[in-house]
Design a protein around this ligand. Sequence first.
Ligand SMILES: NC(=O)c1ccc[n+]([C@@H]2O[C@H](COP(=O)([O-])OP(=O)(O)OC[C@H]3O[C@@H](n4cnc5c(N)ncnc54)[C@H](OP(=O)(O)O)[C@@H]3O)[C@@H](O)[C@H]2O)c1
Length: 302
Amino acid sequence: MRAVQIERHGGPEVLHLRKIPDPAAGPGEILVRAEATSINPVDVKTRAGVDRPNPAIGFPMTLGWDLAGTVEAVGDGVTRFRPGDRVVAMSAQIATGLGTWADLVALPESLAAHAPETVPPVEAACLPLAGLTAVQALEPLRLKEGQRLLVIGAAGAVGGLAVQLAAASGVAVTGLVSRPGHVQAVLELGAEEATHEPERLPAGGFDAVLDTAGFAQPDAVADGGRYVSIVPGSLPGFDGRPVDARMNFVEQSGEQLGELARLVEAGDLRLRVAATLRIDQIRAAHELFERGGHLGKICLTF
Ligand SMILES: NC(=O)c1ccc[n+]([C@@H]2O[C@H](COP(=O)([O-])OP(=O)(O)OC[C@H]3O[C@@H](n4cnc5c(N)ncnc54)[C@H](OP(=O)(O)O)[C@@H]3O)[C@@H](O)[C@H]2O)c1
């Protein structure tokens, strides 16, 4: 089978589509034939050596966190899936070394969920990492209906899903975006307001802030409010103000992914594809991703 691997850190030129032996499903694992995946910032940062993988993961290293495909075989003890099932999964590649950018992926069934039946694999591949990050980052914000949330980076993959999830539960969402051309897209996701001008944000105007861009806005949160960032190194200080502030890091969960997939299936969560390339165009896909400014994800088909 083919897999996207790196043998050293660097630019897109270090990405190679190599032939490696097929994996097999071990006990508790499913073997998935990949149909689509998507690029996440962590993939690019791992390739570049900005994010350093668990040192136990040596080279060559298969990259990729997102997976949408069909179960080809199941290992002993697998109870939730059968061959032929369409699935999505998120694998924390940087921690475990299990990359999803391969024709066949063997992974624990606990990481997978039945894919949303109403969308094609390319769209489904936009869900795992971004969706789990969004839902898990919203949890510590403990938002109630009618409360005000600022999402920084609201046009992005995680931000766009967080906007939708919060708005659907009756939260009044304001989106901060990087450019004027992204304002309308965020309003269409359910935000009440959106701006590309941080100076227009009311000081203390929000019960909670979710930063998905690493562009800290400590003044925006009200005293007694909550503040979550998912971008390492971007959690601001609050000068002794009473703000519950924390970093959040995504965790693997097939169960939560299943809940998100059902929202997609019900039409309550929209997945956005900006471009689709083939897996053999992986270098071009990374270059495109790194240009930024996308409304939706850069996806890859197998
Ligand atoms: N902690 C975790 O577990 C975790 C999990 C997933 C992701 N992350 C991190 O979270 C970040 C977002 O991930 P993602 O997948 O959502 O990436 P993404 O799709 O690239 O989204 C980032 C968004 O932020 C926007 N942005 C950049 N600078 C901004 C600014 N100054 N003000 C407002 N918006 C700004 C970007 O716009 P442009 O494209 O125009 O620049 C883009 O729309 C990445 O740094 C990623 O590594 C962390």
